[in-house]
Ligand binder design. Structure first.
Ligand code: AMP
Length: 113
């Protein structure tokens, strides 16, 4: 059994509110939402960080970003959403299976905290 939380969500060992699934990508609602829409988009294959993913599987990186766009469109966000990849513990990455946060449905400020 994998000890990676998101790998376990991919195979259904841990329940999640899944909104998109295909061979490459799974998207599910964040358990601690920071916006009316807050969905995590992950590759089904394990990569710890965005750097690892983009270096080792650039086509999959593109499909992950495309999955985020599909999630945003399905949520009715149009082209107004934020896609965040925390990369590294120092900037807040807590789960080391790469994931994009799709956030939308409220006003956002810049720069982020
Ligand atoms: P990050 O801090 O960028 O690594 O983001 C990890 C995210 O995973 C956080 O926003 C958590 O709320 C979320 N999270 C942790 N466990 C779960 C879970 N079991 N189901 C859905 N989201 C989760």
């Amino acid at each position: 059994m994998s000890d990676c939380l998101f790998c376990r969500i991919v195979v259904g060992e841990i329940p999640a509110d899944i909104v998109l699934r295909n061979d490459d990508v799974v998207a599910f609602r964040d358990i601690n939402p920071q916006a009316p829409t807050h969905v995590l988009v992950i590759p089904t294959r394990h990569f710890a960080t965005l750097q690892e993913l983009s270096a080792q599987a650039p086509e999959l990186t593109a499909r992950l970003v495309d999955g985020a766009a599909t999630v945003a469109a399905d949520a009715g966000l149009g082209d107004a959403y934020r896609l965040v990849f925390n990369t590294g513990e120092a900037v807040g990455q807590s789960v080391f299976h790469v994931h994009g946060h799709v956030l939308g449905g409220r006003e956002f400020t810049w720069p982020p905290g």
